[in-house]
Design a protein around this ligand. Sequence first.
Ligand code: ATP
Length: 369
Amino acid sequence: MASLSLKNVCKVYPNGFEAVKDFNLDVADKEFIIFVGPSGCGKSTTLRMIAGLEEISSGDLIIDGKVMNDVEPKDRDIAMVFQNYALYPHMTVFDNMAFGLKLRKVPKDEIKAKVEEAARILDLEKLLDRKPKALSGGQRQRVAMGRAIVRNPKVFLMDEPLSNLDAKLRVQMRSEIASLHNRLGATIIYVTHDQTEAMTLGTRIVVLKDGVIMQVDSPQKLYNEPNNLFVAGFIGSPQMNFIDAKCTIQGDKATLTFGDYSVVLPDYKAKKLEEGGYNGKTVVLGIRPEDISDDPEMIQKNGDCVIESDVTGYELLGAEVLLYYSVAGANMTARVDSDTPARYGDHIKLAFDPHKIHVFDKETELTIT
Ligand code: ATP
């Protein structure tokens, strides 16, 4: 397998549109890298530049120390799995998987051994004689995967490979891809819209916005320590609540005020605000829905972090419930246990732990603490 680097990579389409801007990323051998970001942020363009399907306008793509910009796609030793699988309908599963190897003039018995091995890994052994139309979506997806595996490429690129599958199959295939990554020790770069896929599969996640990298970090770090408001809002579902608040610093105490409420921040957070000169300024307070609780014990424990509001929406998710309400003009969501007595229209109390508060600069949108 392989390491891969993108150095100052830019993509300007012929119409002048700058889809990827100064993209820098070092992918280590065996890493599982996820690209996420809103529609149109440049995920597929970046993936296609790595595959050689799209020209790199400036910057370098380096694989195992070699600049690959001008190397033909077929000579890059990269396999790409697309969301539409792109299987040949007139060929059997075996032939679909063998096709790339045949083109490369790999000896017949070697092809047979490789296809059978991939079929074993993907549990496709009984389906090798079938044509794609006689397969389920998940089986087709596995064939597409198998076609990539038999090539034993340096890098796997996957562009939303599970997006056409139903919810149950997605979960199943997600764990198959995770175990495939472990078994093959493969370097994978994977584009997805799905938060759960990103968080569960990725060793690191690249968050993109308008062709610019916002943050590259482990799923846990992105969730706990987002660099800025965008990442904080993009990672996590439902998204983090944001509310404008006025910062007052007195001595070593920092208070955030919004509407009728005032929250005293823990000392280490107060220090950051003081150092940044935020006294008297408006900042953005962020709190995740799952960090808000209607548990009476929490409410008692966090006296000054308790708000009261009317429930304007109630959504049962199964084990949990989403409660919608508003505070100081901001729409908020709380994710609480489904045994909550709260219902639509109720006036309720909700508490949060001040340690869980994120604070952002309102102008730069960068994280303060
Ligand atoms: P999605 O999640 O919707 O698939 P994406 O993040 O993969 O989006 P890209 O397909 O990489 O986005 O597109 C990035 C931007 O480049 C988009 O604004 C798109 O409209 C633009 N774009 C893509 N292909 C071309 C092209 N051939 N010419 C001009 N602009 C293009």
